[in-house]
Design a protein around this ligand. Structure first.
Ligand SMILES: [Zn+2]
Length: 279
């Protein structure tokens, strides 16, 4: 028991104590060259208007053997789609079918590394192995290339981003953290997510161990957000919607005019963007 507690603390507390994690390191991805760093993801809310409301639910650390079916059932009953960032080492004979099921239900699968180690502490070669082995394990099940990567604990540096891009993947963090791994009651998760949600939010949950608080909170969160007009999309659909907005906004902005969403595009972190930056 003691060892399990220590392992748990080591595994999940690093998100809090990971001193060298620079969440705001700018890194590019997507067809509209969006900066996917944490701060810029949060700026998504400045970009989107509220005519078309959507969020991306994401579940890290699976595939879990016991609770993923509950998550899939909840999502199905609300016609919600989500993205599951799985660990390569958790894909085995038992969970292989679960990975297939996630895919067949219309959800997206992303790479969350092989072993959930802090990848910035590994050599470049080891990083690539973590990424490639996991891609292979997921692809064996779903016969499709993997587009999204989420670094364990959000820890990334230039080298890891470069390696992610080498494999034609985009690294993406989140904008709303449910902190469900802390074991809070479902009501606390509902409150935390709803008080932080915004249009275009990428919401982080976990799919590992029991996670009964997540399963209980999820229908409430989805039901309330759905009532407010939100759709629940995979990250690829999220990308499409965000990029379409960037492109649509760029058309309506006159030459030289300052736009309101500073720092959204790569390489334009501190300056206000002008129309020419967007074309
Ligand atoms: Zn994780």
């Amino acid at each position: 028991m003691f060892i399990r507690i220590i392992t748990f603390l080591l595994l999940y507390s690093s998100a809090v104590f990971c001193g060298d994690c620079n969440f705001n390191l700018p890194y590019c991805g997507l067809s509209c060259n969006l900066d996917l760093s944490y701060r810029n993801l949060s700026n998504i809310k400045k970009l989107l208007n509220n005519d078309d409301k959507f969020v991306a639910l994401t579940f890290d650390d699976g595939p879990s053997n016991n609770r993923v079916n509950d998550i899939i059932n909840v999502l199905e009953s609300y016609e919600a789609k989500a993205t599951f960032f799985v660990l390569g080492e958790r894909i085995n004979k038992k969970t292989y079918e679960i990975v297939k099921k996630i895919h067949e239900a219309g959800h997206e699968l992303g790479n969350h590394s092989w072993s959930h180690r802090k990848l910035t502490s590994l050599s470049s070669e080891e990083q690539l192995q973590e990424l490639e082995k996991t891609n292979t394990a997921i692809k064996n099940a779903i016969k499709q290339d993997i587009k999204w990567f989420r670094p364990p604990y959000g820890c990334h540096d230039d080298n890891l981003i470069e390696n992610t891009n080498k494999l034609n993947m985009y690294s993406i963090l989140w904008t709303v953290d449910s902190l469900d791994w802390q074991g809070d009651k479902p009501e606390a998760l509902v409150e935390r997510v709803l008080s932080n949600v915004h249009n275009g939010a990428v919401i982080l949950f976990h799919d590992h161990n029991n996670r009964s608080n997540t399963i209980e909170a999820l229908p409430h969160i989805i039901k309330i957000l759905k009532k407010s007009g939100y759709k629940f999309v995979t990250l690829s659909e999220w990308e499409e919607r965000v990029c379409n907005t960037v492109k649509a906004r760029s058309v309506t902005i006159k030459e030289g005019e300052k736009v309101r969403f500073e720092g959204m595009l790569c390489g334009q972190k501190t300056k206000s963007l002008t129309a020419e930056h967007l074309y």
